[in-house]
Ligand binder design. Structure first.
Ligand code: SF4
Length: 144
């Protein structure tokens, strides 16, 4: 899995205390993106999903895992592999894709919550769990 970084405890990337994996590589290039360093698919560092899963399990006081970007759906296979190693965890995924474009993917089906849509600078908002008001929080009916 190609990652830009990991935040072991975050309060702003989903509900509760979350372990956040920022994937490296994003095809959307939203104007005003706060993480343009994550765009380059050749950047970041390669980390094994087994190591990330172990690190998650060894990190205390977590309510769940969040995959953000970059674009997690650009690395679906690795993300699915990671989430299958953490089967009972609460999962949020932030994506620049609209829900209709990803809802039938295996990765989307492993999420409890999907935050969908590209960032639009003119609709930027503060204090929410998304960056601009066009983005949507979709609570899935995940099968466990
Ligand atoms: S989808 Fe997210 S990471 Fe990608 S350019 Fe847009 S805001 Fe940045």
């Amino acid at each position: 899995m190609k990652i830009a970084g990991i935040l072991p405890h975050s309060l702003v990337n989903g509900e509760g205390v979350r372990y956040v994996v920022f994937l490296q590589g994003c095809p959307h290039h939203c104007h005003g993106c706060q993480n343009p360093d994550t765009w380059d698919f050749n950047g970041g560092k390669e980390v094994s999903v087994i190591d990330i899963a172990e690190d998650y399990k060894n990190t205390k006081c977590l309510d769940g895992i969040t995959l953000s970007g970059g674009e997690p759906f650009a690395q679906q296979e690795a993300c699915v592999e990671l989430l299958k190693l953490l089967p009972d965890m609460n999962v949020w995924i932030y994506t620049g894709y609209e829900y209709e474009n990803i809802q039938n993917t295996e990765l989307a089906k492993l999420a409890d919550v999907l935050v969908v849509g590209q960032f639009v600078e003119s609709l930027k908002c503060e204090g929410k769990m998304y960056g601009s008001s066009n983005q949507r929080i979709v609570r899935t009916e995940r099968e466990r």
